[in-house]
Design a protein around this ligand. Sequence first.
Ligand SMILES: NC(=O)c1ccc[n+]([C@@H]2O[C@H](COP(=O)([O-])OP(=O)(O)OC[C@H]3O[C@@H](n4cnc5c(N)ncnc54)[C@H](OP(=O)(O)O)[C@@H]3O)[C@@H](O)[C@H]2O)c1
Length: 325
Amino acid sequence: MRAVIAREPGGPEVLEVQEVTDPAPGAGEVVIEIVAAGLNRADLLQRQGFYPPPPGASDIIGMECSGRISAVGEDVDGWQVGDEVCALLAGGGYATTVAVPAGQVMHVPAGVDLVEAAALPEVACTVWSNIVMHAGLEQGDLFLVHGGAGGIGSFAIQLASALGARVITTVGSADKATYAQSLGAERAINYREEDFVEIAQGLGGADVILDNMGAKYLMRNVEALADGGRLAIIGLQGGAKAELDINALMRKRAAVIGTTLRSRPTDGPRGKAAICAEVVEYVWPLIESGRVKEQVSRTFPLAEAAEAHRHMESGDHTGKLLLTT
Ligand SMILES: NC(=O)c1ccc[n+]([C@@H]2O[C@H](COP(=O)([O-])OP(=O)(O)OC[C@H]3O[C@@H](n4cnc5c(N)ncnc54)[C@H](OP(=O)(O)O)[C@@H]3O)[C@@H](O)[C@H]2O)c1
């Protein structure tokens, strides 16, 4: 098969297409002939050598894909050769073929194009598991998502709105503010010009925050929380180490949660298979009814993975970027 390989850790130019051995399905796995793969910000870190795959996972970059099942391993029920699917991967998405545990495979929601379905697994599983399974977002809650025009953010705005939350978000430009509001945010805060803490507090405090910045925003996020609020941290774009005023957290009876999707086991409570099952049950119907829509702003051929990485690094994109085979 063909795969995008990073010759060595480095800039986008280290990515090149090579011929590599086809994967075979292990027990409990299926093989997918990939039609499209989603880009994720963490892919940039993996290319630079900072985000190695979990033990046993493919070292090819790529955490999600869509395509057709081309082989089914032993002990797999429910999937057949030819099924159109999308899947959450621990690695291996930037390729023409991938083997994946059957529990991480989801049917393509009705009405979604097979290519565009590659934009769904990471955002749907990350956002659902964090805001609902961990942070317990409820109807009427005030939800703050940082980076509302990005891949995760654009999905989180729509999903939280569809679940009946009031949504506010941070963005880096006026155009992105307009985009985030078109997705359902009642207020888009330009993080370069405005103070999200002040705005969240003025609205009574956020019940749930989904954060991509880590250290840089830790204490400001705690300040922005309402009493009993939950801060779910999923990204470290602002660093990994910060001081936490535990007293401030205790006075608010608040919680700080941190999760990564990629390092979770497939099985077990809140494992990847359990998350995928909930996403299919609760999120796919919202997509099928048109309440939530995949947000693909640009697709690149697999051979132009370097250009796709440059585009994501520029920060100019909105929503998701895809590679197509
Ligand atoms: N833990 C997990 O399981 C998991 C899974 C998936 C993703 N993630 C993380 O989620 C984050 C988003 O990933 P993605 O793939 O959606 O990437 P993306 O599309 O590139 O989004 C990055 C976002 O960061 C925003 N941003 C940059 N500086 C900011 C600041 N100072 N304040 C607020 N927002 C800021 C950008 O906003 P503007 O473009 O408006 O400037 C952009 O929306 C990344 O940190 C990624 O690692 C974590």
